[in-house]
Design a protein around this ligand. Structure first.
Ligand SMILES: [Zn+2]
Length: 386
């Protein structure tokens, strides 16, 4: 591992603005701690110095002008940017990745995953709405009170008086057309994420908890886990699945075709020590006959999987057999509803997430765009080196 050097610089200066509204000159205490990291000490110090220079040139703290009471354009931007913190990006980027992994590994049901994602996106959408509705210069009298309190506390100083009334009010302008457009795209994408389950609710299709997908009709396939775990070498197993319909007299079919895992491993298995004991849960995929008369029927099922798998021993391995049984039921939706559900699930989860991500990135720029304001100057803080 290469050594990493970190250099920190803490500073306190006055930042001086010329108000873009009234022309007054004012300054406020501007404090930061910046750091730089690199593989050499000199480079780390250089990186920290650059971070300081960048902060001095472009970062601002929000303080109303003590003469006219408006916030400068870059301050309005800083206030809007505050709605786009870590949590915003965690919900925007982290949630889709985590929920997709949980859904693909069947840890979380697919419908729950899409609702979880819609929830995370709703949080980021709320952040957009807050940034969109923030107008720090809407109440100038209140801002003037805030400024006077800061002046009294000694953190804000009026150096030169300006014109009696400000000529501009940064942030008060109506929302731009592109911001409106992207807000609409984000809202539609957010509602499209749980499209599969929303569609199911609208169509009143039955959902079967524990089945993947939870919606199945005549002509569909869906799978379920059995309450049986096997200890297999390298995760290999193969099995034979049978599904007997308990209420055959009522629904008119006695058995359903079913498949399960079918690995082949030959006579020699090469495995790392970490692969010697791999726990796997038995499952069976059931095929529903493509008979429209079955729609809406409830099938009582007795599912059995006979699994054969290599089981490691102190030296080598032996082939073992275990049987898993599950008695459950499946309520059928209209023909091929499961296939539709599957398409909507992926379209919602992937398509909806991509559209929401694109709209969010566009919105971050559109909502926080701002004029650069007047250039600022730096004044050393009295009695202290900057
Ligand atoms: Zn002013």
């Amino acid at each position: 591992m290469a050594t990493k050097y970190t250099s920190k610089i803490k500073f306190k200066v006055w930042k001086r603005h010329v108000c873009s509204g009234c022309g007054a000159a004012f300054r406020y205490v501007f404090e930061r701690e910046k750091e730089g990291s690199a593989s050499t000490e000199a480079a780390a110090q250089e990186a920290a110095r650059k971070a300081v220079a960048s902060a001095l040139a472009s970062e601002v703290d929000p303080h109303p002008c003590p003469h006219c009471g408006i916030y400068q354009g870059p301050m309005v931007k800083a206030l809007k940017d505050a709605n786009y913190g870590c949590l915003h990006y965690l919900a925007l980027v982290g949630a889709p990745i985590v929920l997709l992994i949980l859904a693909c590994t069947d840890v979380l049901g697919p419908a729950a995953a899409t609702w979880g994602l819609a929830g995370a996106f709703a949080l980021t959408f709320y952040g957009h709405l807050r940034a969109a509705s923030l107008k720090p210069n809407a109440d100038r009298a209140k801002n003037a009170d805030v400024a006077q309190a800061k002046v009294a506390a000694g953190v804000l100083v009026l150096d030169e008086r300006g014109r009696p009334e400000p000529e501009v009010f940064p942030g008060n302008e109506p929302m731009s057309g592109s911001a409106r457009f992207w807000l609409l795209v984000a809202l539609v994408a957010l509602l499209f994420v749980p499209a599969a389950d929303l569609g199911r609710l609208v169509q009143d299709w039955p959902a079967n908890a524990g089945w993947f997908p939870p919606v199945a009709g005549p002509g569909d396939k869906t799978y379920v886990y059995l309450p049986r775990e096997i200890d297999t070498l390298k995760g290999y197993w193969k099995g034979k699945a049978t599904v007997v319909v308990g209420n055959a007299a009522e629904v008119g079919i006695e058995e359903l075709a079913a498949t399960t895992k079918h690995d082949s491993w030959g006579s020699t298995i090469r495995a790392k020590s970490s692969e010697k004991s791999s726990k796997k849960t038995l499952w069976a995929e059931v095929a529903i006959p493509d008979d429209p008369k079955l729609a809406g029927k409830k099938l009582d099922l007795a599912i059995r999987v006979e699994a054969t798998f290599p089981h490691s021993q102190s030296s080598g391995w032996v082939e073992e057999t275990e049987v898993g049984d599950l008695t459950t039921s499946l309520v059928l939706a209209p023909p091929h509803a499961g296939a539709t559900w599957r398409i909507l699930f992926w379209a919602g989860f992937v398509g909806g997430a991509i559209a929401f991500l694109v709209a969010s990135l566009a919105l971050g720029g559109a909502l926080t765009a701002s004029d650069k304001g007047e250039p600022t100057t730096i004044v050393p803080f009295e009695g202290q080196a900057s």
